[in-house]
Write a protein that binds this ligand. Structure first.
Ligand code: HEC
Length: 138
């Protein structure tokens, strides 16, 4: 699993560069990450582990582990914007067992998808911030 992800991250990065800012620059900046955190816990926490959100699902990949390496210089030094796009895409293109969140029965408004993606991008694979609030998990 792991090698496959590490392989596709750089490819995705290149695709993003090529795509430029095509379409809406669905706002990483303007997103409400506090709301994104709540939505993440509710919609994603049953399957994913993310330390900042203090959730420990194991059906899907641990999102801290998934993004940590790619943040490092050796792993490509990818920025929040990349993880934002990956997460947003994943919610729209997910394959079972992960449900798609852009269509019923799990459909969320676009704005909420953006908030979730921005939240995940802002914390996944980073040390948990004191200001991150409730999380105590490592
Ligand atoms: C029913 C369980 C389930 C739920 C709910 C779920 N996921 Fe997933 N998720 C998975 C599985 C399983 C994978 C692995 C899919 C694969 O590798 O093809 C995955 C993959 C991912 C990935 C890609 C990680 C990587 O290493 O490439 C991201 C990002 C992600 N999910 C985010 C979310 C978000 C955000 C939500 C909530 C809106 C969510 N998931 C809800 C099961 C789930």
């Amino acid at each position: 699993m792991r090698w496959r992800r590490l392989f596709y991250l750089p490819l995705l990065g290149a695709a993003l560069l090529l795509a430029g800012c095509a379409g809406r620059a669905a706002g990483l900046k303007g997103a409400d990450t506090a709301q994104g955190k709540q939505l993440f816990v509710k919609n994603c926490g049953s399957c994913h582990t993310l330390a900042d959100a203090a959730v420990t699902g194991i059906i899907g990949p641990n999102l801290d582990d998934a993004f940590r390496a790619a943040r490092s210089k050796a792993g490509g030094g990818f920025q929040d914007s990349t993880f934002f796009q990956i997460t947003l895409d994943q919610m729209r293109l997910a394959a079972p067992p992960m449900p798609r969140f852009d269509e019923p029965p799990n459909k969320l408004p676009e704005e909420e998808l953006v908030d979730i993606a921005a939240y995940v991008a802002s914390v996944a694979g980073k040390p948990v911030q004191q200001t991150g609030g409730s999380a105590t998990a490592p």
